[in-house]
Design a protein around this ligand. Structure first.
Ligand SMILES: C[S@@+](CC[C@H](N)C(=O)[O-])C[C@H]1O[C@@H](n2cnc3c(N)ncnc32)[C@H](O)[C@@H]1O
Length: 197
């Protein structure tokens, strides 16, 4: 059976995310992608940003098989094979300038979000970026009805899951400057947190 997975949402959001990454990632950047899922994002970004190296990862073996199958087929010099990384556990040694996490922090217990932020803080050099993408709750901004419904659905599936408040992320991320917040389509946001020196 073909291990390659196809994610309809990745097909919808990959270009707006790519446009933001194009502005954020300079030539020579190495990106550690957390929770790469199907692997289609890393493939799309590597194909379109040939000067940036992508290191996908996931904790799920089926996800890693999909990531690696897409990557093997494309055979891009700037797209590495996946590595096992559970953000809530010990992180392997890496050198990366950017840690990218798309659509993970709300579909995992908050301990995973804390592990992501603390792991990125240990790994990133000064000014290195932790980039988060997905739906968030933002002070002073009404949460879109579709995101409220998504949040309720997530909490029903697992009470430890749910949309994260940007203030809670910023409070956990004391090693980072306050997040730059970019509006993205379909009521999503991109948070860019820069590692303090
Ligand atoms: C909703 S999918 C998102 C996949 C992809 N980033 C995207 O946007 O299409 C969530 C992914 O998070 C991964 N994941 C969940 N908990 C994790 C953890 N503690 N450490 C690493 N990955 C995790 C799952 O295996 C899954 O691939």
């Amino acid at each position: 059976m073909d291990p390659k997975r196809v994610s309809p949402s990745a097909a919808r959001n990959r270009d707006p995310i790519l446009a933001a990454l194009r502005r954020l990632l300079g030539p020579g950047t190495t990106v550690l992608e957390i929770a790469s899922g199907s692997g289609e994002h890393a493939l799309h970004f590597a194909r379109n940003l040939p000067d940036v190296t992508f290191q996908p990862s996931d904790r799920d073996p089926d996800a890693r098989a999909s990531i690696d199958a897409w990557a093997a087929e494309a055979a891009l010099p700037n797209l590495r094979a996946s590595v096992f990384l559970d953000v809530a556990g010990p992180w392997p040694e890496f050198r990366a300038d950017t840690v990218l996490s798309l659509n993970m922090i709300h579909i995992a217990p908050w301990q995973a979000g804390q592990g992501l932020i603390q792991g990125a803080a240990r790994l990133l050099p000064p000014d290195g970026a932790l980039i988060l993408y997905g739906p968030f709750v933002r002070a002073g901004h009404a949460t879109a009805p579709s995101n409220l419904a998504f949040d309720a659905d997530l909490r029903q599936r697992d009470p430890r899951w749910g949309l994260r408040h940007i203030d809670a992320i910023a409070a956990e991320a004391s090693a980072f400057a306050p997040p730059e917040i970019l509006d993205m389509p379909a009521n999503n946001l991109m948070l860019v947190l820069r590692r303090r020196a």
